[in-house]
Design a binder for this molecule. Structure first.
Ligand code: NAD
Ligand code: USQ
Length: 407
């Protein structure tokens, strides 16, 4: 299969490109390297020493004998270039990772909110519009987020995208229906993913585009089998207050003896998946596309759920670290329960990598090995969600409710 990877220089996109190339697909990467520019803007880089794209691709060709082509295109702004590329390549599938993906970055200022909305929504819309304009029968696989659902369900498992409901007609007849699960985003970034869902529903209905939307949990880990093969192929590892995600931050903090930064009570429960499982899920999503005429296929791409304070305690126990409960810079429920239906990927053959298997490797082989690159001044989360937080006024607890109604 010929597969174009939009955002193929990023944390998820790079190992996915290598994996798909290894298993025999023809891979083409499109990326505008905006993530590397954001590193410059924030003066915070990857803990691991990532190579420039040219070095990465040369190393992969040397090691695997396989060639990956690269195009530097801003897909949110340079529509004509995107159309030209798709017309020239006629891909069987496109995997779309190319969005600004950090919630704290999207909340930093009006500039960052506007950039995230412009970039993400235009990137998705341009891709759909180009497929429709060219009349391609390309399967689009998009990386969405568990955060489109919000994180609480009053005990019910979050279904894979669609919710069963009943409407009652005037004469009392009860008619079953399925609707998109009601969106409940917790940041401007997450909100762009809820907008993406509507774009997918529309282009699927109007233009018959075959789409799979993967609602992914928090990705942890660094390496995959392929990125481990040569240091020039190493994946990025974000640990700073904007881009570092919670578990990788805890692992890095443990490695350098920095107290683990739990927000608030740490009562938030989230879904997680290891990076090796991410690349496998994309392979499976490509293998099982929706049929022509089928509605958007939505899959929950996660393997475990954990409460943040339990994760911190687990890492602390493994490594002898301290846990620090810090003020929560976000506007989010203090406590939530989260149950998620992820049967589709398990039925397709996904074999989850559990926390128990991977945690120590990350601490010792990655975080400790590259600890000398750490800039501890970049660890605290400085982006806050509201004007009141910015002004140092404590949050009113009742304002922050999850959809379980709990505060
Ligand atoms: P990342 O920032 O490391 O990678 C995104 C890549 O897209 C970067 O290389 C960036 O340069 C590129 N990009 C962004 N805007 C672009 C544009 N307009 N044109 C061309 N390229 C552009 O992020 P990631 O962690 O690899 O996440 C990839 C996708 O997966 C995102 O859409 C994210 O929302 C989703 N996701 C990530 C996680 C996670 O924990 N990392 C979890 C769930 C979902
Ligand atoms: N948190 C801490 N301490 C920290 C960092 C975070 O307690 O040092 C808490 C946050 O307050 C939040 C939770 O951990 O409650 C998760 O935060 P995160 O930064 O790990 O994840 P999030 O902002 O939700 O975003 C990440 C990715 C995003 C993806 C999302 C999947 O950056 O691209 O969409 O995970 S999900 O969370 O399932 O929606």
């Amino acid at each position: 299969m010929k597969v174009i990877i939009l955002g193929g220089d990023g944390f998820c996109g790079w190992p996915t490109s290598l994996h798909l190339s290894k298993v025999g697909h023809e891979v083409i990467i499109v990326d505008n390297l905006s993530r590397r520019n954001i590193d410059n803007e924030l003066e915070a880089g990857s803990l691991t020493p990532i190579s420039p794209m040219g070095v990465r691709l040369k190393a992969w060709q040397e090691i695997s004998g396989k060639k990956i082509n690269f195009y530097n295109i801003d897909i949110a702004r340079h529509y004509e270039q995107l159309v030209q590329l798709l017309d020239q390549e006629q891909p069987d599938a496109i995997v779309h990772f190319a969005e600004q993906r950090a919630a704290p970055y999207s909340m930093k200022s009006s500039h960052h909110r506007r950039y995230t909305v412009d970039n993400n929504i235009n990137a998705t819309h341009n891709t759909l519009c180009a497929i429709a304009e060219l009349g391609l029968d390309t399967h689009l696989v998009h990386l969405g987020t568990m955060g489109v659902y919000g994180y609480g369900t009053s005990g019910m498992k979050i279904p894979e995208g669609y919710l069963d409901i009943e409407v009652v007609t005037e004469d009392g007849e009860r008619i079953p229906q399925q609707i998109l699960y009601p969106p409940n985003p917790g940041s401007i970034y997450h909100m762009t993913k809820t907008q993406d869902q509507l774009l997918f529903a529309y282009y699927n209905k109007n233009d018959g585009i075959r789409i799979t939307d993967l609602h992914q949990g928090i990705v942890w880990g660094t390496d995959t089998e392929d990125t481990k093969r040569d240091e020039r192929l190493i994946n990025r590892f974000d640990y700073d207050g904007d881009y570092g995600t919670v578990l990788n931050r805890f692992l890095m903090q443990a490695a350098i003896g920095y107290p683990l930064t739990v927000h608030g009570t740490g009562g938030q429960t989230r879904a997680f998946i290891h990076i090796q499982n991410t690349v496998r899920c994309i392979e499976l999503a490509l293998q099982y596309p929706p049929a022509k005429g089928e509605r958007v296929k939505i899959l929950n791409q996660m393997t475990e759920t954990h409460r943040i304070r339990d994760l911190a305690e687990l890492v602390a126990e493994l490594t002898g670290s301290e846990v620090a409960y810090v003020d929560n810079p976000r506007k989010e429920a203090a406590e939530n329960d989260l149950k998620v239906d992820n049967r589709c990927f398990l039925e397709m053959g996904l074999e989850p990598t559990t926390l128990a298997e991977g945690l120590l490797y990350e601490v010792t082989e990655v975080a400790k090995k590259y600890a000398h690159n750490a800039d501890v001044s970049k660890i605290p989360c400085t982006s806050v969600w509201t004007k009141e937080q910015k002004a140092g006024i404590p949050q009113v607890k009742e304002q922050v409710t999850s959809n379980t109604g709990k505060t």
